[in-house]
Design a binder for this molecule. Structure first.
Ligand code: ATP
Length: 230
């Protein structure tokens, strides 16, 4: 569904990505791991149209989308759950969710389905988003992205600042999210969580893919070599 070939990315003269190859198919969950500065966020920014890329370096549903503006990319079906959630603080839970539906793509996701996925949000639908716990705020951020009915959901650092039990509760929802074809890309600092919840893993180091494979097949040694460059 998404095929990235020889992707390079720059901040001015500084090159942050060097020839990244990446694939994800329908219903797959793929995680990207790597230490600070490895290039994970830069990769997400190029896929979402926040950073320039060569058109043919990113092919989505058969169409070159590299360098297209972010709003066009959302409309085509790639939605992002940003690091830090970035909810609208003055809006209620339900209003935040409705903001996600502005792209007006048709598909299975609506308020009812988001509330089925995360029942805690229905109970708090009229509360300001700021009145929720960190985990519930993360659920709102995921629900808001799902309301755009994407084909690919990109989650940046979902677990940041959350207790492990809360993180588990959120990731336990993944099978219900991918059940009708949606693909999920996860950027995770927590390697064990990344391995547990994803079908495949890419490890980035210094702007390159240092390891890729099926999560079930990779050994801890392979991962620490690729992660720390030992
Ligand atoms: P982290 O886990 O810390 O977010 P990351 O893997 O997401 O790390 P990136 O943020 O993509 O890494 O950074 C990749 C490289 O690009 C780093 O060397 C970083 O210093 C550099 N970089 C990131 N953002 C900018 C920017 N706005 N301007 C210049 N260089 C940047």
């Amino acid at each position: 569904m998404l095929s990235v070939k020889k992707l390079e990315a720059f901040y001015g003269d500084f090159q942050a990505l060097f020839g990244i190859d990446f694939e994800i198919g329908e219903s797959e969950t793929v995680s990207i791991i790597g230490s600070n500065g490895a290039g994970k966020s830069t990769f997400l920014k190029t896929v979402c149209g926040q950073l320039k890329a060569a058109p043919s370096a990113i092919i989505f549903a058969g169409e070159p989308i590299g360098g297209k503006p972010a709003n066009e990319i959302v409309a085509k079906g790639i939605a992002m759950v940003p690091e830090g959630r970035r909810l609208f603080r003055s809006l209620t839970v339900e209003e935040n969710l409705l903001m996600g539906g502005f792209a007006k793509r048709s598909g299975p996701w609506n308020l009812k389905r988001v509330y089925q996925l995360f029942p805690a949000l229905e109970e708090k639908r009229n509360n300001l988003s700021t009145a929720l716990s960190g985990g519930q705020q993360q659920m709102v951020a995921i629900g808001r992205a799902l309301m755009a009915n994407p084909k690919i959901l990109i989650c940046d650092e979902v677990s940041l600042g959350l207790a492990p039990i809360v993180v588990k509760g959120i990731y336990d929802a993944l099978p219900k999210i991918t059940s009708d074809g949606l693909a999920v890309i996860i950027v995770e600092q927590d390697i064990d969580t990344a391995m547990r919840v994803s079908d495949r893993v890419y490890c980035f180091m210094h702007g390159r893919v240092s390891l890729k494979g099926r999560s079930a097949d990779l050994t801890k040694n392979q991962i620490s070599d690729a992660y720390f460059g030992i």
